[in-house]
Design a protein around this ligand. Structure first.
Ligand SMILES: [Zn+2]
Length: 423
């Protein structure tokens, strides 16, 4: 027995001797050992070839994180599918609601738009935090899927109509017109192409973006996730990690094929999640007004023959999370809520003022084939600098108009000064 394997508890080992019940663990009952980790050179460990940045999907190879017995020693990536939802997936298996060896049926799930392949998809320095072929695995790796390999999309492309009260208002006030294809009716329904993206990290590339060595990154990810991913340490040969974090959604207004055309104007907003404001419209910040402004300007650009894009990142409360965010709110309200103390109070509670790390954000722009942004609907220096550092030009930065902020003059001034820094 390898030292990485420990015997299961007798009830699990002898699962076969008693009749299976719904609550018997489907993961462990069939297997004698729990494999805690694997090592390079271990008998049977033979990861499926994976060359990040290769010329096309097939030469790059499929990303395999499945721990099904047939694939465990052939996996070429660490972590699990689904980002933060990987935990719910595990829970569903533990609860007996989902067979551990479930294989999805991907019929008819293909993208509603085929994004043209971009040079950046084959550039290991330009895309390091998503799988550039993650939307196309059903097509690219069909034979493997037919063979029963557990390979899953990490991106999905669909179409929908969206409806925002602010857009309906802009239409009713004549500030946006009904064109029948982007704004489809008087009530402000907007046609949109959406791309959902789960994180897939190429660890050497991620380390390089942060200016640290790969070993330091791996060690920190291992230690500070409760030791959840031992292969970060034991398998330096595995370079890809699917982290348990939120992903992003791209909202594209107008024909998506225009996006990578440098001759077409582009208005773009990068928006980081703020559930309290974005959804529930709390008055503490300007996130929802800025999001609505971003959508409105993106729609306007698309109606004028350009492209409009809003990219929504699941980085709640500057990626500090809502608990920290509310603690900071309280500290600010009780300690004199002024703009100059905004960062200080956050640092007091969180240790840092911001954990969004925009360094990985431009990957999605590279994926979309964006080479320049005519109107960046944000005044955030962090976002601006990260994009420009990646070689994408920003021609104009557009702040939120004063009129879109809350009415109270003192509050508006304060929020403006914060939003100019942050948004
Ligand atoms: Zn907010």
């Amino acid at each position: 027995m390898l030292d990485s394997e420990i015997p299961s508890t007798p009830s699990l080992v002898n699962g076969e001797s008693s009749p299976p019940t719904k609550k018997s663990s489907p993961t462990t009952s069939r297997h004698r050992h729990i494999t805690l980790t694997t090592y390079p050179g271990q008998i049977g460990v033979e990861p499926v070839a994976l060359e990040w940045g290769a010329l096309d999907a097939k030469s790059r190879g499929p990303i395999i994180v499945s721990r099904n017995p047939s694939m465990l020693k052939r996996r070429n990536a660490i972590g699990a599918h689904g980002g933060s939802y990987s935990i719910y997936n595990a829970l569903a298996i533990a609860a007996g609601d989902l067979p551990a060896d479930f294989l999805p049926d991907f019929r008819n799930t293909e993208p509603t738009f085929n994004f043209p392949c971009q040079p950046a998809w084959a550039d290991a320095t330009k895309i390091v935090s998503l799988d550039p072929y993650g939307h196309d695995i059903v097509h690219q790796f069909k034979e493997r899927l037919d063979d029963g390999w557990d390979i899953r999309p990490t991106m999905a492309v669909t179409r929908a109509n969206m409806k925002l009260a602010e857009i309906e208002k802009a239409v009713s006030e004549g500030k946006l017109s009904v064109d029948g294809s982007i704004v489809v009716n008087k009530t402000g329904d907007v046609r949109v192409t959406k791309v959902a993206v789960e994180p897939v990290w190429y660890l050497p590339g991620v380390a390089s973006r942060f200016g640290v060595d790969e070993g330091t990154l791996r060690r920190a990810l291992f230690e500070h996730t409760g030791g959840s991913y031992p292969e970060l340490i034991t398998r330096p040969d595995l370079k890809v990690f699917l982290p348990p974090i939120g992903g992003l959604t791209v909202y594209i207004f107008g024909p998506p094929e225009r996006l990578s055309d440098e001759n077409v104007r582009l208005a773009l907003r990068i928006h980081d999640e703020c559930n309290g404001s974005d959804v529930f419209q709390s008055d503490i910040c300007t996130c929802r007004p800025y999001l609505a402004f971003g959508v409105q300007e993106a729609v306007r650009e698309a109606q004028n023959g350009g492209s409009g894009v809003v990219i929504y990142f699941r980085k709640e409360g500057r990626a500090l999370g809502e608990v920290v965010k509310y603690l900071v709110y309280n500290a600010r309200k009780r300690g004199g809520d002024t703009a100059d103390k905004y960062f200080l109070r956050t640092e007091n509670v969180a240790g840092v003022r911001d954990m969004r790390f925009q360094a990985l954000m431009p990957d999605i722009l590279h994926w979309l084939g964006i080479k320049k942004i005519d109107r960046m609907l944000s005044m955030s220096n962090m976002k601006h600098d990260a994009i420009v550092e990646q070689g994408i030009k920003i021609l104009e930065r557009v702040p939120i108009p004063e009129g879109k902020l809350p009415r109270s003059p003192s509050r508006a001034t304060q929020l403006t000064s914060i939003s100019q820094i942050q948004k």
